[in-house]
Design a protein. Structure first.
Length: 710
DNA sequence: GAGCACTGC
């Protein structure tokens, strides 16, 4: 069975903090199956586990850690990779009796990390997973009333806040990987601090003392600006734990590189020819670069000196089907050197053993709000110093290594220290609605570690107002509270709620689930045309959304058969995700008295009208030149060629996603050379569907839209 | 007629 959890063992946290002598990078299953050999002598296994624990760098700090946590409301632990902080800290505190009758929550930004850490710690504690030690991630809850150490994703703890805003279920909350600064951990910082203060104040009230126990907070991270966190949490308790890292030689480029792809090719081949054995990990910004470099390496690789080993390339990026992702863990064939071409996925999420050399282009793709074109775009940017150091570290996990930076030392010095936290650059609509639902009415004055820009907050508020989640004073109403309950974007939540009166909840759930995943289609580069052909039989003249619905129906008729998926270029992993989300939304709707079985049958007009409750702002009108203008900002846009409505000249369209494309691609076509061109963007529609003007929601009361009412 | 960093509920 190849599912996501196959990766649990390759996650940074797990591998670095549970390095067994017989470690096998192929997966937890392998690691555990090896270990289960020992479990025939369970006493022996227990002894081994305890010996291993005592060997961790954090073990020496045990008494110190317990004392600091005992004496301080908030503690900051800086632990390098392999220090054992994520597995040992909760056990130390539990053994020291610091949890009283309540439990410990430890958050992770990633599901696989939460699951594999919980599995590991359950073994160390000697309990069945889900009893004393458990985890809670979306679609998978292995925790019970008996659970005292609970690993959760940060998103899961956020959800728990909705029903338990003071986190009374826990006496200790540990926020791990704080340096990653995800939108969710940033909100958790503020909420946990608030819960701690309120619980502290309640404690002073003698009558209530029984009910409230103090909340201990621990912020953990590999590298972070500890002073900043310490100031934010009003604490001076900082504990530093050394990690296990081998030295890495850094080589900088002598001159700035104008073409990082070309530089990466040269550098990789040079390492291959000149350096001793060891795999090479190349960091690139995205899929396109990875595929281009693979072609280049295979072309040049054929001209290598005959006495040199051959090059064996592996690709690694998130959109790659799981079976192909796992190929990076296969040992390279004899007489070859493995070269892994990867995105940022190899920086935090996946650890590959055998890497001795890192080639760092110094670039990554980052989602950022662009105020000029007023939309979020994905663009290639320089990485931060921290990110560069993280990439470098990947060369020194098992032995000394080398890192080749394709930029000069001057350029490194000019890099930002840290990557800008998401809260300063991403869409905040969900988060603002969430805060309001938690009773934080003044989202501008919330106690953020880093305050988001007022511009971003204002946009989020406007959006929520348009969706009728907020009243004209910006206060959340019943509709908004209902929307916040759904674990989906507010616009989708609006559609689900509207589906009740539109009597099409079944279809609305299906479509929202389908739109919640990356892409249900898989089109490999070399088989693009046959993929297009196979897609044709699903196409509905009503647009992409009904086409998606047809795919889902067919997927179910074929019971998710793998061969059927492959033949039809359907991404099975993502379709499975669709059905998981659908199940969750179905349960949630039922709980909120929105009957999830109400169906509009084949009357798809109804479902399209229902979608307009969430997306009526995202409409555009056909122009004489066959382009479109958006109703909100009068912006020129086109229908994306992958849309089923491309070239159909529909009078009015509504879209769920706007994507920007690089001007380079357009110029490439005209001039063939893109080197000297600056980046630029042109908006296109990804998902569009036809909409009869008469069915548009009217009137639009928002003054912002007044100029654009049809 | 073209393109998708990484997560998460």
């Amino acid at each position: 069975m190849k599912n996501k959890r196959k990766f649990s063992s390759v996650d940074t946290v797990n591998v670095t903090e549970t390095p067994l002598k017989n470690k096998n990078s192929k997966g937890n299953t392998k690691i555990f199956s090896k270990r289960s050999k020992f479990s025939t002598d369970s006493k022996n296994a227990t002894v081994r586990l305890q010996e291993f624990r005592r060997g961790l760098p954090i073990w020496k700090e045990r008494e110190n850690l317990i004392r600091i946590v005992k004496d301080n409301a908030t503690t900051i632990i800086m632990g390098e990779m392999g220090s054992g902080k994520s597995t040992q800290t909760p056990q130390f505190l539990l053994d020291a009796g610091l949890t009283s009758e309540s439990s410990i929550a430890l958050t992770q930004p990633r599901r696989v990390a939460a699951i594999s850490l919980a599995s590991r710690v359950a073994r160390e504690v000697g309990t069945k997973l889900g009893h004393r030690v458990g985890y809670s991630v979306r679609f998978d809850d292995k925790s019970s009333n008996a659970t005292v150490i609970k690993y959760l994703t940060d998103g899961m703890l956020l959800r728990e806040l909705l029903s338990d805003p003071l986190l009374l279920n826990y006496s200790i909350v540990i926020l791990d990987e704080a340096h990653e600064r995800t939108l969710r951990t940033d909100i958790l910082f503020g909420m946990v601090k608030r819960a701690q203060e309120i619980r502290g104040n309640k404690l002073k009230n003698v009558v209530e003392t029984r009910k409230y126990i103090p909340l201990k907070v621990i912020v953990m991270s590999a590298t972070l600006n500890s002073e900043k966190f310490a100031a934010y949490f009003n604490t001076s308790a900082i504990l530093k734990i050394p990690g296990r890292q081998f030295p890495v030689n850094i080589h900088y480029s002598n001159v700035p590189q104008s073409d990082y792809l070309d530089a990466a090719l040269t550098c990789t081949l040079q390492i291959h020819v000149e350096q001793p054995p060891g795999d090479i990990l190349v960091f690139l910004p995205g899929q396109e670069d990875i595929e281009t470099l693979e072609k280049l390496i295979s072309e040049y690789g054929t001209n290598l000196p005959p006495d040199k080993p051959k090059i064996f390339t592996c690709l690694l990026f998130a959109a790659l089907p799981t079976e192909q992702q796992t190929k990076v863990f296969d040992p390279s064939p004899p007489g070859t050197r493995k070269v892994i071409l990867a995105t940022n996925i190899a920086e935090t999420s996946i650890t590959i053993s055998g890497v001795r050399y890192v080639v760092d282009t110094g670039k990554c793709k980052i989602r950022k709000f662009n105020s000029r074109i007023k939309m979020e775009i994905l663009s290639v940017e320089n990485i931060s110093k921290n990110s560069a150091d993280q990439r470098m570290g990947r060369a020194g996990r098992e032995a000394p290594g080398s890192c080749f930076r394709l930029y000069t030392e001057e350029e490194y010095k000019r890099m930002e220290k840290d990557t800008e936290p998401e809260i300063k650059r991403c869409n905040l609509t969900s988060i603002v609605l969430f805060l309001k639902a938690l009773g934080i009415e003044n989202v501008l004055e919330f106690d953020y570690l880093d305050a988001p820009s007022r511009n971003l907050l204002k946009r989020a508020l406007e959006q929520l107002f348009i969706l009728k989640a907020l009243d004209n004073k910006g206060k959340i109403n019943d509709l908004g509270k209902k929307m916040a309950e759904f674990p989906i974007e507010p616009m989708f939540a609006r559609v689900l709620i509207a589906s009740q009166s539109m009597e099409c909840t079944k279809e609305a759930i299906d479509i929202v689930s389908l739109l919640s995943v990356d892409s249900i289609f898989f089109s490999p580069h070399d088989q693009r045309e046959s993929a297009m052909d196979m897609k044709k039989k699903f196409i509905s003249p009503l647009g992409d959304l009904i086409t998606f619905l047809n795919v889902l129906k067919s997927f179910e008729v074929h019971k998710g058969n793998s061969d059927w998926c492959r033949q039809n270029f359907i991404n099975k992993r993502n379709m499975k995700h669709v059905t998981d989300i659908r199940k969750q939304l179905t349960q949630l709707c039922a709980r909120m008295d929105i009957s999830p079985v109400t169906s509009c049958g084949e009357d798809f007009e109804i479902i399209l009208k229902c979608m307009s409750f969430g997306f009526f702002c995202q409409s555009a009108i056909l122009q004489p030149d066959n382009s479109y203008k958006t109703i909100l900002s009068n912006q020129n846009v086109n229908i994306h060629p992958s849309s089923t409505l491309f070239n159909k000249k529909i009078e009015v369209i509504m879209y769920t996603e706007l994507v920007s494309i690089n001007v380079k691609t357009i110029y490439k076509k005209c001039f063939g050379d893109t080197k000297k061109l600056a980046d630029g963007f042109s908006a296109k529609y990804l998902d569009a569907f036809g909409l009869d003007i008469g069915s548009r929601q009217k009137p639009i009361e928002n003054p912002l839209l007044a100029n654009y009412v049809l």
